[in-house]
Design a protein around this ligand. Structure first.
Ligand SMILES: Cc1ncc(COP(=O)(O)O)c(C=O)c1O
Length: 355
């Protein structure tokens, strides 16, 4: 057992009741933190009141973006119990991201124990309404203050919690997505497969242009040929063309999504074939013109399954399935949200009870 001391918040904040399209607007009362020092390892794991950090102005996170994070969710079931969805996979991915940025790995058992204890302490923040969740954000930043470009020798690791509703203002309905023609999210050989803050910084400009034009997200193409689908801002992508489900293969420029992995597992369980194969944007356009484009959907922790109703590419509007949610996306959404709620049998041991 891990001994994680708790310092309770002097005052409790009021807990929001209406989370409709809220994602990350509210933070619970406490957070977990621990520090790392080279030669000593991780130390002082503890739960403290949620609040600001003190950072050296020349810390590696501020100067050189030594920053990684991960996001998973916990759900309250009808019987009041709270379950995390695939927390071990999210902790393993954080450690993978850490390796990409020369940051130290955390002890997965300690971190899982910390998540459970923190959520147990702030359990009143876990929403009861189906579809709402407690979002569990892990973060690690380099804290040493220095100037030369090298990895930090000290780090802070945090877990904090946000009660969340649906990620998109459209709710679970189809979203409109802009295919980026001008920029890429991550280059081949770079750190795109890590959940590094820097990758999100690189996506902001096109994201803002897309939002101004009325799109929810950006679909990124590969950095070399600028024609193969990579992923969406916060989701991996799947398409169904002429009866075949396709998703881009993982690479060093795509985040290995946990939801992507869950969905591939479910589709295999159902005996549905999925090809992890490159998808040329021109093939999607042709399929749309010839009536063979059946469905497109995004998969990710934030939105779970997000049907894509429209893609915009080189001034052309590609309407997918008449702008409606397709049957595969709908079935996946039902199954995954059922697994979260505990109403569908958990054959893969994905849910972990908080207590
Ligand atoms: C860039 C990117 N791709 C894909 C995903 C989906 O990953 P996951 O299903 O693990 O949330 C996310 C969200 O975490 C993301 O930020």
């Amino acid at each position: 057992m891990h001994d994680i001391p708790v310092t309770r918040a002097a005052a409790r904040k009021s807990i929001p009741q209406d989370l409709k399209a809220s994602f990350g607007d509210y933070f619970s009362d406490h957070m977990f933190r621990m520090e790392y020092t080279e030669g000593r390892g991780w130390h002082d794991p503890r739960i403290v009141p949620f609040g600001p950090l003190q950072l050296h102005p020349s810390s590696s996170v501020i100067q050189y973006a030594q920053s990684i994070f991960d996001g998973s969710k916990g759900y309250r079931r009808e019987d009041g119990s709270i379950h995390l969805f695939r927390p071990q996979a999210h902790i393993a991915r954080l450690n993978r991201s850490a390796g990409e940025l020369c940051m130290p790995a955390v002890d997965p058992d300690l971190v899982l124990a910390a998540m459970r204890k923190l959520i147990g302490l702030d359990r009143d923040w876990v929403p009861a309404k189906r579809g709402n969740a407690i979002y569990v954000r892990q973060t690690m930043v380099g804290t040493e203050g220095y100037m030369v470009v090298r990895p930090s020798k000290t780090y802070t690791y945090l877990i904090f919690l946000c009660p969340v509703g649906s990620y998109y203002s459209e709710g679970a309905g189809p979203v409109r997505i802009l295919v980026s023609e001008t920029r890429v999210r991550a280059a081949k050989g770079a750190i795109g497969s890590a959940k590094a803050g820097a990758n999100y910084a690189a996506s902001l400009k096109v994201g803002r242009e897309a939002a101004a034009a009325g799109f929810s997200q950006v679909l990124w193409l590969d950095s070399v040929q600028r024609r193969y689908l990579e992923e969406v801002g916060t989701m991996n992508i799947m398409v169904k063309i002429g009866g075949r489900i396709l998703t881009p293969p993982l690479s060093d420029s795509i985040l290995p999504g946990i939801t992507r992995d869950s969905v591939l597992t479910l589709l295999h369980d159902w005996g549905m074939e999925v090809a992890e194969a490159p998808i040329d944007i021109e093939d999607v356009v042709v399929a749309s013109r010839t009536g063979r484009l059946e469905e497109i959907w995004g998969v990710g922790t934030a939105a779970v399954i997000s049907p894509v109703g429209e893609l915009a590419w080189r001034g052309e509007r590609i309407i997918v399935n008449g702008g409606q949610t397709g049957p595969v996306a709908a079935k996946l959404f039902e199954q995954l949200t059922g697994l979260h709620a505990g109403t569908v049998p958990d054959r893969h041991g994905w849910s972990v009870a908080v207590d």
